[in-house]
Design a protein around this ligand. Structure first.
Ligand SMILES: *Cc1c(COP(=O)(O)O)cnc(C)c1O
Length: 788
């Protein structure tokens, strides 16, 4: 400990010629980061040596949404409190690091899951390293201007990045048609909690192969060299801002192949150092988890690399199939990657050729297994001119998994039905989880202390199943303590929102919160409609005994997603109306906070009274936001979808607020017909609310009935050439949703009964630790070691 402060002092002196107390926040961040990196160097090296000697797993992911590193790393090292005190002695508030940007190298749930998995693997001593992309710019920063989302670049590296070591001498080259670039690894330490184990996240940065001497060039040479440099660096310049949506762009395909090829070359190099050219142990010593289909070009790439080592195609493919496992994250058609064959030919022709070989082998294998021709046609990896990445991944993997029980059942019954029939032994479920270190220990020290007191120790930090001990101590005193903690966290969030967004949130109101990416299937618009319904009832004096409620939204929309952006504007228009209406403003407040990210989430999930999880049943694969809220004691106001089902199972459905159509109901309506227009015509209250999109209540920037709200209105009531009316069943679910929301509001008034529900949620949240998930991967898929 004294050691860290000494190292900090030395770094400050040598880098900035300053004393600690003279450093700017950015300089202090860099110096302290480097001091921590120095402190852990020995343990990190020892962990690498240990992992080199055993079977190990790799997590391949195009996204790692790590969030802010400083507090988490100090926390996991067990020195956050001491460092806070020591800095305070120098007159420095540890909160200065709040000004340092998050590492936002991911979009949402999928990227955050990858980050939680790394944290859990390090803590549970699972030899798992991550491989991904070091984007120069992470997910855009969001501003809200006049109610509209405005995007700005996320230049997160402007503060320097003390957490990564550039490993120049392990750079490799990656070739595309007509272009070869250098891939330079940046290693980030993933620090376990209550262990000396440290894992590695290796992120690749694209650079020009040549270190140009620009002064030696004539004009043409100079221009060519600049072009080569820019073309190379462009590959890892930006993160694609889509969540749950496939975008078939050349640059995206290059990104994917770039990090897959570099990572596999890296694994091969390490392997060859041990075994030379004998690849018979490759699949015994290495297993690779594909986080969605984004890294699936690894499959043909590994085959190609092995064929370069002298293998024939069939033997190379057998090794690949033993090495890979695939996690599916979505059932949404628009999110399933389907690359045009000509685009692949244009960028990575050798890889496309190998995919053709794999596709043929697959069809032959299916024939040999006696699979019917019609079924075989549905399983083509290359169909027409399209490469189906989920099919390729499923065929080339040992295990395929969904991310919640319901989701896995839907994969087996629907999305991957044919594959499940032929290869049932491949399918597994691995319900997602979240790390309790960041999502309880670090972000809610007050609740953590209460839990530690009740559980008898802080062992829950590495074994969350211990929370069940809380079930025996939910008495009046504990409930009061919990309610007081919640109150404190609500005040803290109000202060933070004031600082970040300038809003005055009433800390004595109910906090009803929906934060997640903006997507039609997540149905933020349904929440907005329920608020308008309640607003009208309050205005009409039809709603009695309503406890004042603040509805908080946070969500980024993909910049090209017009409907999602229109929904943001609509929510902000509602906010303007209800927050300023003297008849309602003390009862109803609506706020859309800007730039929702991991650091904002850490302040939000701890302060929520209700967790909005409103996706159309069957469409949210798992959700992990739902788990963060549960762990901090907010009951779920949601549908029976994704992991909500398991949350309700664990805590008891009577301790959640469940509403709406179930998967079977949705399926029945799809089969027998669903007529939202008829429901709308028959129910004046629904009609009044939905028509606020077009009747002049709100301003959407367009002329009356022509702007973006009109398109939303049409999407709910009219079939289009590409989508049925109300594709996400908002109108069907609205009445039950409003009833359930009002019931929650009424029950909240009984502070003791409601507090009890909150504590029951916490006590039964043990299942949702990513430690549990990662240990299941280790035991049931990877067969690696783990902490005993
Ligand atoms: C947890 C998290 C998500 C995922 O939220 P869902 O509600 O599961 O979609 C998205 N973004 C951030 C910043 C998160 O922390």
């Amino acid at each position: 400990m004294g050691n860290i402060m000494e190292k900090l002092e030395l770094t400050a002196q040598s880098m900035y010629c300053k004393k600690i107390e003279e450093l700017t926040p950015a300089e202090l961040h860099y110096s302290l980061g480097k001091a921590v990196m120095g402190e852990i160097a020995g343990n990190w090296e020892a962990s690498k040596i240990k992992h080199d000697s055993e079977r190990r797993a790799y997590y391949f992911s195009a996204e790692f949404l790590m969030g802010r590193m400083m507090y988490n790393n100090l926390y996991c090292l067990g020195i956050l409190e001491d460092v806070t005190k020591l800095l305070k002695k120098k007159g420095i508030d540890i909160n200065v690091f709040e000004d340092i940007d998050d590492a936002a190298l991911g979009n949402g749930g999928l990227g955050r899951l990858a980050a939680c998995f790394l944290d859990s693997a390090a803590t549970q001593e699972v030899p798992l390293d991550g491989y991904g992309i070091r984007y120069k710019y992470g997910l855009f920063k969001q501003l809200i201007e006049n109610g509209y989302q405005v995007e700005t670049a996320d230049n997160w590296q402007r503060f320097e990045d003390p957490w990564c070591n550039r490993v120049e001498d392990e750079a490799v080259t990656v070739s595309f048609k007509g272009q070869t670039v250098k891939a330079v690894p940046y290693d980030m330490a993933v620090i376990g909690c209550k262990t000396t184990n440290i894992n590695t996240l290796r992120l690749w940065q694209a650079e020009a192969v040549n270190d140009f001497d620009f002064t030696a060039f004539n004009n043409t040479e100079y221009n060519n060299a600049v072009q080569e440099k820019n073309d190379a660096e462009n590959i890892t310049k930006v993160l694609y801002p889509n969540d749950n949506k496939y975008e078939g762009k050349v640059l995206r395909l290059k990104q994917q192949y770039f990090f897959c090829s570099a990572s596999l070359q890296d694994i091969m190099r390490r392997y060859k150092k041990k075994h030379g050219n004998d690849f018979s142990f490759f699949a015994k010593e290495n297993t690779i988890q594909l986080n969605d289909t984004h890294p699936v070009s690894c499959v043909p790439e590994l085959v190609r690399l092995l064929m370069n080592e002298g293998f024939n195609f069939d033997d190379a493919f057998e090794i690949a199939r033993k090495t890979f496992n695939y996690t599916n994250h979505t059932v949404l058609g628009e999110a399933l990657e389907k690359w045009p064959a000509d685009l692949m030919t244009q960028v990575i022709p050798e890889i496309y050729h190998i995919i053709c070989l794999i596709a043929n082998k697959c069809q032959e294998e299916l024939t040999a297994k006696g699979v019917h021709e019609d079924t075989k046609a549905k399983m083509r990896i290359i169909d027409g001119n399209v490469v189906h990445m989920a099919r390729l991944a499923t065929y080339a993997s040992t295990y395929v998994n969904g991310v919640a029980e319901l989701h896995t059942e839907i994969l087996k019954a629907d999305v991957l039905k044919e594959w499940y029939q032929v290869y049932p032994e491949r399918f597994q479920n691995k319900t997602n989880g979240i790390t309790q270190r960041r999502w309880l220990g670090l972000c809610n020290p007050e609740l953590s202390a209460l839990i530690t007191e009740k559980v008898g120790s802080d062992a829950w930090l590495t074994d969350l199943s211990l929370l069940e001990k809380l079930n025996d101590s939910i008495d009046t005193r504990t409930i009061t303590k919990f309610n007081n903690i919640k109150k404190k966290k609500k005040q803290q969030l109000a202060d933070y929102i004031k600082k970040m967004d300038g809003y005055d949130v009433n800390p004595d109101s109910i906090y009803d919160i929906q934060v997640k990416r903006l997507h039609e299937y997540k149905r933020q618009l349904l929440n907005a409609f329920s608020i308008m319904t309640i607003y009208f009832r309050l205005k009409d004096k039809k709603l009695k005994n309503w406890t004042p409620t603040t509805f908080i939204f946070g969500a980024k929309a993909a910049p090209g997603y017009a409907r999602a952006k229109a929904i943001i504007k609509y929510i902000n228009e509602i906010a303007k109306l209800v927050n300023n209406d003297p008849e309602t403003k003390d009862l109803l407040q609506v706020y859309f906070i800007s730039n929702y990210n991991v650091s904002y989430a850490e302040k939000i999930v701890v302060a929520a009274d209700l967790s909005e999880q409103t996706s159309t049943a069957g469409l949210e694969a798992s959700g992990t936001g739902n788990m963060k809220f549960m762990l901090n004691g907010a009951p779920t106001l949601g549908t029976l979808d994704g992991a909500n089902v398991e949350i309700a199972e664990c805590a008891g459905i009577e301790n959640e607020y469940i509403f709406g159509a179930k998967v079977e109901d949705i399926e029945r309506m799809k089969k027998e017909g669903y007529h939202p227009k008829a429901l709308y015509d028959a129910n004046p209250e629904i009609k009044r609310v939905v028509d606020t999109l077009i009747d002049g209540t709100f301003d959407d920037g367009g002329a009356q009935g022509e702007g973006s709200f009109k398109e939303l209105h049409d999407s709910l009531l009219k079939d289009s050439s590409w989508q049925k009316a109300d594709n996400y069943f908002l109108i069907y679910d609205l009445p039950d949703y409003v009833d359930t929301k009002i019931r929650a509001n009424t029950e909240y008034a009984n502070r003791k009964e409601f507090g009890k529900k909150c504590l029951i949620n916490i006590a039964n949240a043990g299942k949702f630790s990513s430690d549990r998930t990662i240990l299941q991967y280790a035991k049931e898929i990877w067969h690696t070691s783990y902490k005993k």
